[in-house]
Write a protein that binds this ligand. Structure first.
Ligand code: HXC
Length: 243
């Protein structure tokens, strides 16, 4: 499939998805969300792809948020639907992929952009990256999983601080908070993500998929993560990779 707002490339078992709206700082509009959803599904179903890296075109932004111009006039029902469909079609999809997803955060990573990065399995950032959740300054709240995933990553106190101040933090501080795993120079960011991808690719893709399922299970209401781990551990013995 050809895309208007993203670029997709597969090299050496790594699918790189680049959000390609640099003039709008890669803001996520409806078309971008639909195209990302399609590309992630294609990556998951392609057995040659062992890791997916997502980044933003240009040096200025990973993603500066959801496209504000698209929802400026929305009603309550339209707002709810924007959020619900985004969760379902992209953000929950990414988190639940069995193919590991690395966010390579190369500049502004705000609002829905940070929510997308938080749905990924690993986050690496360039030293010029700026992270934040400006939603309450616009009179809305996070709608793509940010209230939940930020709390899981950094704890309730820090999550509420970032949400309520609507401020931005630099990459190093985000690393201190546990919001990103690694920080490097901008010109080394993709190399770092690719190195991580090749380390992951040495391991069993089936086992990695099972581990992602077990880790994610602990965040689901009413699901006992330890029980899921027991099940997934057992399942691993039935895979060709183990044999
Ligand atoms: C649409 C955006 C955008 C966004 C930037 N642009 N962010 N367009 N949606 N989120 C556009 C600008 O309108 C402008 O287009 C161009 O990108 C460059 O932006 P500037 O503001 O001129 O750049 P700069 O002065 O360097 O400031 C960078 C910035 C600022 C600090 C990142 O752009 C900014 O504050 N953007 C909004 C960030 C934000 O509030 N994000 C959260 C959105 S809410 P033109 O055509 O004028 O040149 C959200 C909710 C998610 O994400 C949940 C939904 C369910």
């Amino acid at each position: 499939m050809s895309y208007n707002t993203i670029l997709v490339e597969v090299t050496d078992a790594v699918m790189t998805i680049t959000i390609n709206r640099p003039k709008q700082l890669n803001a996520l509009n409806g078309e971008t969300i639909a195209e990302l959803s399609d590309a992630f599904k294609a990556g998951e179903s392609n057995t040659a792809v062992r890791t997916i890296i997502i980044t933003g075109e240009g040096e200025k932004a990973f993603v500066a948020g959801a496209d504000i111009k698209e929802f400026a006039e929305f009603t309550v029902d339209q707002g709810r639907e924007l959020s619900r469909s985004g969760h379902q079609n992209l953000f929950d999809l990414v988190e639940g992929l069995k193919t590991p997803v690395i966010a390579a955060i190369n500049g502004y990573c705000l609002g829905g952009g940070l929510e997308l990065a938080m749905a990924c399995h690993i986050r690496s950032a360039s030293d010029n990256a700026m992270m934040g959740l400006p939603e309450v300054s616009l009179g809305v709240i996070q709608g793509y999983g940010g209230t939940q995933r930020l709390t899981q990553l950094v704890g309730k106190g820090k999550a509420l601080e970032l949400i309520m101040t609507a401020g931005m933090m630099k990459a190093e501080e985000a690393k201190d908070w546990g919001l990103v795993n690694h920080v490097t120079f901008q010109n080394e960011l993709m190399g770092m993500a690719e190195k991580m991808a090749s380390r992951i690719a040495k391991n069993s893709p089936k086992a990695i998929g099972l581990a992602i399922e077990a880790v994610n299970a602990g965040q689901v209401d009413g699901v006992n993560g330890y029980n899921v781990e027991i099940e997934k551990f057992g399942e691993a013995f039935g895979t060709e990779d183990f044999t």
